[in-house]
Design a protein around this ligand. Structure first.
Ligand code: SF4
Length: 341
């Protein structure tokens, strides 16, 4: 029977062991992604987004990195957490690929662009070198690199930031993965280029019915690309749901603060930029209660003591916050939760 989800993550917890102690980077997160779906993972730096996607690529390496017992990652129904490096190499690039924020660091500076794409093609297909070379040029043309044949003989430092990101997309297209992870793919680019690169990724995603996991702190990019959203804070998912639910029926105080802190042309400039006061907790010693407690304007005594569990709010929308717990709501005498429109 065909699996409903191409990727299923259940109860994933990841730690890093440092001289100072165990950093609890990700704790008990669960999510799924369907074929052809775009899922965005949002949150501040250090919230666990990158560690989460590294886990999906088999890049958490012991002894420093540890995927905790009980964690499960299933790709097309197959459990991959216990995979050997050899097994990961077989699915990395082929089933799951990644586009990094810093294309210059991801490309080999000593190898010509065309050659790098050619190598990716040859790793996955049994074809002649000459055919792979022609294929690499075609891919560069497809992603909009002008004079592709000539430019395929250049080195990464001779390409602009936008061209390098296009090259990364060409390499990814050569792999033709089922799941693509894009970690802040447009952060280093100007707004015009951002739009072009996102459009390119969307076209390719739709053409191939590829699943896309977009890691970003830019909610504008999320609104443009994603169907569903995970909001992460201090290694936990605090809210998840359909993109419209997250934007228009926002529940979690952190998501509300995140939306308010986004720069917008519509913002009243006289009121200045909203910032989320305070800093995330130290994950060497995470709090026993809600991790957002010290920064939350709605915090109650209970929040400090007990970690909130997920509450379903309908339409696949779920939030981990005591404000939405039925008993607490009854105590507070509130009829309506969530963000006032
Ligand atoms: Fe704020 Fe409490 Fe909700 Fe945490 S559980 S976000 S502290 S109201």
């Amino acid at each position: 029977m065909k699996e409903k989800y191409i990727l299923e993550v259940n109860d994933l917890s990841v730690s890093y062991h440092t001289y100072a102690g165990e950093v609890q980077c990700v704790r008990n997160i669960s999510f799924n992604i369907e074929k052809g779906e775009c899922l965005a993972i949002v949150g501040e730096s250090g919230c666990g987004k990158s560690v989460t996607v590294k886990s999906l690529l088999g890049l958490i390496r012991p002894p420093e990195g540890e995927i905790k017992t009980g964690s499960s990652i299933r790709v097309e129904g197959e459990e991959v957490t216990g995979f050997s490096e050899k097994e990961w190499n077989e699915i990395r690039g082929d089933k799951i690929a990644m586009i990094f924020q810093d294309a210059l660091a991801a490309l080999n500076p000593t190898m010509k662009i065309g050659k790098q794409i050619e190598e990716v093609i040859l790793n996955h297909r049994k074809i002649k070198k000459r055919e792979a070379r022609e294929m690499a040029i075609k891919l560069l043309e497809k992603v909009g690199v002008p004079e592709a044949r000539k430019r395929s003989r250049q080195y990464p430092h001779e390409f602009s930031g936008g061209m390098r990101q296009r090259t990364m997309i060409a390499m990814m297209m050569a792999n033709d993965p089922d799941i693509l992870i894009a970690d802040e793919p447009t952060t280093a680019l100007d707004v015009t280029l951002q739009g072009q690169i996102l459009e390119l990724m969307r076209t390719f995603q739709q053409e191939k019915q590829m699943s896309l996991i977009l890691v970003t702190h830019d909610l504008g990019v999320v609104a443009q690309m994603a169907q569903s959203v995970l909001v992460m804070y201090a290694g936990n998912i605090v809210e998840k749901g359909d993109v419209r639910e997250i934007f228009y029926q926002t529940k979690h105080p952190y998501t509300i603060a995140l939306l308010e802190s986004q720069p917008s042309l519509m913002n009243d400039k006289s009121q200045g930029m909203h910032v989320i006061e305070g800093t995330p907790p130290d994950l060497l010693n995470p709090p026993s209660g809600c991790a957002f407690c010290d920064r939350c304007r709605f915090a109650m005594n209970l929040c400090k003591e007990k970690k909130p569990q997920f509450v379903e709010c309908g339409n696949g929308h779920a939030v981990a916050c005591w404000l939405y717990d039925e008993k607490i709501r009854a105590c507070l005498g509130k009829k309506e939760g969530g963000r006032k429109e």
